[in-house]
Design a protein around this ligand. Structure first.
Ligand code: SAH
Ligand code: SF4
Ligand code: F3S
Length: 374
């Protein structure tokens, strides 16, 4: 019996697909090279922008023929998209041939559901479950081992669906994280360890043992072993001087920070509920560059947030020009049902969003070309 996993979205999902692979291998499945060879196909979905969801609908729809040819083929859809009740229902109605729809909180029950489907039952659950830390992983990212240090997000940036589909922040204990990393080191297969969280800088805020992200980084660097340490994502409001110092001082830590700015305009940043200003963001960049001159810095931007004017977009443009990021991701704002921003008036037209995103990306390309020449 063979499985095939299709992954959308962020590194968190890439890592969770390793969990899905682990669960399926425990059931006796092995990996198929292509989806046509599979007995079970799992879509691990993302809900961050409408485009991500559209792709899932398209790709799941394409399986109808395959399912007709092979009635025993199991199709499962899980991840952030199916954590949203309306979307999960819509998916089940549109594609009655899908066997399993599971939200992010219930991933640990995938094995149980696969067994049930094999006995001829289709079902869906979405209730809050408990994330099971003991699930086996089948690591698939070559020399890099992902390590989750926390779940969820408390920030409620007004455009973002993540807090709704991933729940509140919950840090794993330092002890559990260190044990996982020790066993990764002992395997002797990985050169790099990447810590994952939606906002790694707030690691430990919900723990009572006094540990924070800086102390976690230090504790990991003290472990014996030849590895590089990396992490994502950092929220500017929580990136402390202490963390910058640890990155500067620890040889094992990669000199790289992904620091999403989202906008360069204070009114928009406020509407986004980002809790920092352009000036504060720039002061963090200056601090990083003063302490770690070789540090690569990358960022994310959203253009066309509701009511963003041309002048306000130009503040984002000038921020990119000023900082000269090593690279950026630029996204057109996509309204997500249930978020605060999706209800705001003055939604921006697609044409304007396209125009702004293209200008921002062209600027970044020009900066990269100039820096490469240098
Ligand atoms: N937790 C991370 C990133 C999460 S999502 C952080 O806080 O930085 C990755 C990126 O997707 C975000 O940085 C943002 O730029 C973009 N994004 C999130 N919601 C979006 C939306 N509704 N429309 C367009 N882009 C969005
Ligand atoms: Fe979304 Fe903001 Fe949380 Fe990042 S910090 S996951 S953008 S709510
Ligand atoms: Fe997408 Fe979920 Fe990640 S919405 S970006 S896969 S946390």
């Amino acid at each position: 019996m063979k499985y095939f996993i299709v992954t959308y979205g962020c590194q968190m999902n890439v890592h969770e697909s390793e969990k899905i692979a682990g669960i399926l291998e425990n059931l006796g499945y092995s990996e198929a090279e292509k989806r046509e060879d599979a007995d079970i196909i799992v879509f691990n979905t993302c809900a961050i922008r409408e485009g991500a969801e559209d792709r899932v609908f398209g790709n799941v729809g394409n399986l109808k023929k395959m399912k007709k040819r092979n009635r025993d083929l199991i199709i499962a859809v899980c991840g952030c998209m199916t954590q949203k009740e309306n979307t999960a229902k819509h998916l089940m109605q549109t594609f009655p041939f899908v066997d399993i729809v599971l939200g992010t909180f219930n991933l640990s029950r995938l094995g149980e559901f696969v067994q049930k489907v094999r006995m001829g039952r289709q079902m869906e659950i979405l209730s809050e479950g408990d994330i099971d830390e003991s699930l086996p992983y089948k690591r698939t990212s070559g020399e890099n081992a992902w390590v989750n240090i926390m779940q969820g997000c408390n920030n409620f940036c007004t455009y973002c669906i993540v807090p709704y589909v991933r729940g509140r922040e919950k840090s794993r204990s330092q002890e559990n994280i260190l044990n996982e990393i020790k066993s990764i080191i002992a395997e002797n297969k990985y050169k790099k360890i990447t810590l994952l969280g939606q906002n790694v800088n707030s690691y430990g805020n919900d723990l009572s043992d006094g540990s924070n992200f800086a102390s976690l980084l230090k504790a990991i660097c003290e472990l014996n072993g030849d590895f590089k340490l990396s992490f994502m994502t950092s929220h500017p409001k929580d990136l402390t001087d202490e963390v910058i110092d640890v990155i500067a001082n620890e040889e094992k830590i990669e000199k790289y920070i992904h620091l999403p700015a989202q906008s360069g305009n204070d009114r928009i940043l406020k509407l986004m509920n980002r809790k920092y200003t352009r000036e504060k963001y720039l002061s963090i960049i200056n601090k990083i560059r003063a302490k770690i001159p070789t540090c690569r810095i990358t960022s994310d931007f959203i253009v066309g947030f509701p009511s963003e004017t041309e002048e306000e977009f130009e503040d984002t443009y000038s921020l990119v020009k000023e900082v000269r990021f090593d690279s950026i991701f630029a996204f057109m704002y996509s309204p997500r049902e249930g978020t605060v921003a999706s209800k705001m008036e003055e939604q921006i037209s697609n044409d304007v969003k396209h125009n702004r995103v293209n200008r921002l990306l062209a600027l970044e390309k020009q900066i990269q070309q100039e820096d490469n020449k240098r």
